[in-house]
Unconditional design. Structure first.
Length: 623
């Protein structure tokens, strides 16, 4: 039998949902609590690092050991949870929700949207690790996997690299981007991380101390994540200086000087306020990245690279269960050390980048459905990473295998020394370029392109990250003031320098210092992201689009049950009826339900018996 109370409850819930709007944040301008607390913590960290870098490095190492031993499992589990969560959201009833008004079309054409996603998919990390990471895994695979320098090692190297650089990081970015886009474009909230937690803690708490703590953690995560990227950029620019012969060796002092010069360039661009200039630099960078990849593809082992492409995809899919469940419990201290240097470092790095990248992809995705958003965010950048690592890393492995089969006639890119590759990450890209079948002048051109590429990435990344931190500091304003943007830009450069100093005078140790501090600083925001998933699910569950579908199915089921009971198996059909103006207040919600979902075309006024059905015409039941 029909249960009118259930339908009425759904109508009332839908009516409330259609009226749901976020109460505007009354405060404008600088959020002094958020800004000053975050600024004091950042400045204190910088002062500590410059006064006693060795002391900071020692504390960072101690905190790292505690984080890995006690919370390493959390990074591993959370990464897979984020991946599953975002796919479930896209594939579920939430997938049809539009990031904007129901009738709103996408703000950008699909081609432009994909192009901008391509821009966000490239970064200093891809240039720094493009050659070194796959080649390292080939020479020294993860503990308890395969033998080094074998065909199996090639599979493991490419599969592990894609595990770190494709779907998993972009699932993390998609969660934050989805939360920001949904809250901003559909519910009219400010672009603050605290606004995404209104369903979980309530509006008062989200606008109060709890919300401010979340915004502070988002600023700090962005600060350290961006600083890590800039530190990697400085290391590789130093490697490029070595490669062209300008300096025999690059010390940490020189690396800090490189950061200072590039930070000055960023501050000048931010102070000038020339947004088009940054956009132009981004477009130039895309062109340079494509040119470099094409030149390497042609000058490297082209056929080998083409074979690596499908092989990498198959290796990633085949090894995914083992890679996703790999913890220190299955390999002891050796695996724990490997995880802290690779997988856990990457998950921490991606978590710290989610505020920056999430906000960017949210801003360009207005008007798209959640399903379109998630599909694009996962597929496009992952495809870029696949091609990039196949060309750079696959090409390096191809040259290394060719040298191994030449019986000493060809110099390899790297050799094993005491069981570990003698591979300098700072110069790995330039060493690889030097082994290509290309004239010396072209190799020099490619080296210069790579250095310019990294330098522009440094400036544009610092600019974008500083704008995000400025937005969080000024109550979600889209265009924060120049002085706040410049402050955070200087802070990013200073923190990057301090993170390098904390590692010691050796650039390799400096890289370790970058990784240690990144992992430790990302742990608090990892907890924030887990809570965000819960809050986002609650928010989406109350969306009118979802409630309309529930109401439509409920009305249809109740109408059919009533018809079967009333007409005792005779033929009948359902009709929609216009609700009179003087009906109850819930009529507007019912009308909204009927127009919002194709399944809602059956009304609660009950089924109408079909008196004119002839014996030779089949009975119909329809919406």
């Amino acid at each position: 039998m029909s249960t009118p109370e259930t339908t009425k409850d759904l109508l009332q819930t839908l009516h409330k949902a259609t009226k749901r709007k976020h109460r505007p944040h009354r405060e404008t301008g600088l959020d002094k609590t958020v800004f000053y607390i975050a600024a004091v913590l950042a400045v204190g960290f910088v002062v500590w690092g410059f006064v006693t870098p060795s002391g900071l490095g020692s504390v960072a190492e101690t905190l790292l050991n505690g984080t890995i031993q006690n919370f390493g499992w959390l990074f591993i589990v959370a990464a897979s949870f984020f991946m599953i969560f975002v796919i479930v959201v896209a594939a579920s009833k939430f997938g049809g929700i539009r990031l904007g008004r129901d009738e709103e079309s996408p703000e950008f054409r699909t081609s432009s949207w994909i192009a901008m996603m391509f821009a966000s998919g490239m970064g200093i990390g891809l240039v720094f690790y493009g050659v070194a990471e796959p080649l390292w895994y080939y020479m020294a695979p993860p503990p308890r996997t395969v033998d080094p320098q074998t065909a199996e090692a090639l599979h493991t190297a490419m599969g592990t690299t894609l595990f770190h650089w494709t779907l998993y990081p972009w699932a993390m970015y998609a969660i934050v981007g989805l939360g920001i886009a949904y809250g901003t474009f559909r519910l009219g909230r400010r672009q603050l991380f605290s606004s995404m937690f209104i369903p979980l803690f309530g509006q008062k708490a989200a606008d109060g101390i709890g919300g401010k703590i979340i915004n502070i953690l988002a600023i700090l995560a962005t600060l350290f994540g961006s600083a890590c990227s800039l530190g990697l950029g400085a290391l590789q620019i130093g490697g490029g200086i070595q490669a062209v012969g300008l300096l025999e060796s690059v010390t940490t002092t020189i690396l800090v000087a490189i950061i200072a010069v590039l930070t000055a360039g960023f501050v000048a661009s931010a102070a000038s306020g020339v947004a088009k200039g940054i956009q132009l630099l981004s477009n130039i960078n895309m062109v340079l990245a494509i040119v470099l990849a094409v030149l390497v593809f042609i000058g490297g082992p082209t056929l080998f690279i083409l074979n690596v492409l499908p092989n990498a995809v198959g290796s990633f899919i085949g090894d995914l269960p083992d890679m996703a469940s790999r913890t220190s419990a299955s390999g002891g201290e050796a695996l724990e050390s490997w995880l802290s240097s690779w997988t856990i470092f990457y998950w921490a790095w991606w978590v710290s980048w989610t505020p920056f990248v999430g906000l960017f992809i949210a801003r360009i995705s207005r008007g798209r459905t959640i399903r379109q958003f998630v599909t694009g965010v996962l597929v496009v950048p992952s495809a870029i990473s696949l091609v990039w690592f196949s060309i750079m890393g696959g090409g390096a492995i191809g040259l290394q295998r060719r040298a191994e089969g030449s019986e000493g006639a060809i110099d390899p890119i790297t050799r094993l020394v005491d069981g570990a590759p003698d591979l300098n990450f700072d110069t790995a890209l330039f060493d690889f370029l030097g082994h290509l079948a290309a004239p010396g002048w072209l190799i020099m051109v490619m080296t210069i392109i790579a250095v310019v590429l990294i330098g522009i990435f440094f400036i544009t990344s610092a600019d974008s990250a500083s704008i995000v931190m400025g937005t969080l500091s000024e109550n979600g304003v889209i265009e924060p003031s120049k002085k706040i943007v410049v402050f955070w830009g200087l802070a990013v450069g200073a923190v990057a320098a301090v993170m390098l100093l904390a590692g010691g005078d050796d650039p390799a140790a400096a890289l370790t210092g970058l990784k240690n501090i990144t992992i430790v600083s990302a742990l608090p925001f990892l907890v924030v992201m887990i809570m965000l998933c819960v809050s986002l699910w609650k928010d989406l569950s109350k969306d009118p689009y979802v409630l309309q579908g529930q109401l439509a199915r409920q009305v249809l089921v109740e109408s059919v049950v009533t018809a079967v009971d009333k007409y005792d198996g005779e033929a009948f059909e359902l009709h929609t009826l216009e609700t009179p103006e003087d009906e109850s207040a819930d009529s507007s919600a019912a009308d909204s339900a009927r127009t919002g979902d194709a399944d809602a075309e059956a009304s609660t006024d009950g089924p109408a018996r079909r008196e004119d059905a002839s014996d030779d015409e089949p009975s119909r039941t329809g919406a």
